[in-house]
Design a protein around this ligand. Sequence first.
Ligand SMILES: *[C@@H]1O[C@H](CO)[C@@H](O)[C@H](O)[C@H]1NC(C)=O
Ligand SMILES: *[C@@H]1O[C@H](CO)[C@@H](O)[C@H](O)[C@H]1NC(C)=O
Length: 204
Amino acid sequence: MALRFLLAMTILALAATVQASDPELTTDFFIPNGVNKSSVTGDWFTSTILRNGSNVVPPAKFNAVRITSDSAPVLTGLGVSVALFRYQPGGINPPHTHPRGTEILYVLEGSLTVGLVDTTNQYYTAVLEVGDVFVFPKGLVHYQINFGDKDVLAFISFSSSNPGTVSLPANLFGSGIPDDVLTAAFKVDNNVVDQLQSPFNVTP
Ligand SMILES: *[C@@H]1O[C@H](CO)[C@@H](O)[C@H](O)[C@H]1NC(C)=O
Ligand SMILES: *[C@@H]1O[C@H](CO)[C@@H](O)[C@H](O)[C@H]1NC(C)=O
């Protein structure tokens, strides 16, 4: 009996491990509860969010327009989403991770510098030109920055309908982690922590 239970648990654990993507749908595509399928049209599968491209609003030098299951619920359970990023000269997408998805970036315009750090703190970097594709494996810290003098436009796809973003500057210094924790963790004075927190209006 105990052995059979153990076997069942092992199989369950394996099944959970094998399912590396979003939860499987049991219908052709996702429809919210209470919506009659006969009312669904082509609009349900269409997103017009990128018609205007990705426009940077000053003083920002970077803008991301994402099509995930939040803005396009039809993506729910399909394991994919996309985004369009624009970087003006000097624009940065600061170090961040996507806990639920691998990212593939394709450069449409300009020259983009990217960086990636793995779980052994090994650092990788590349300078991408138009047509180049770069892979950011799921969960790893990475960034992109435009060191050029022209705009960069990039199309991005993710292996999750909602990959999530943990932006490290905001996560560490804009979330309300107490100052004494941050001074101990980073071995710096309180004024350094205050300076790092200042863009985020955290209340001490
Ligand atoms: C869905 O809509 C169709 C056509 O209007 C109707 O015949 C059907 O009864 C509806 N189904 C439900 C579950 O409301
Ligand atoms: C595109 O921009 C125009 C003008 O700013 C705006 O009226 C329109 O709603 C935008 N369309 C989309 C799909 O965001």
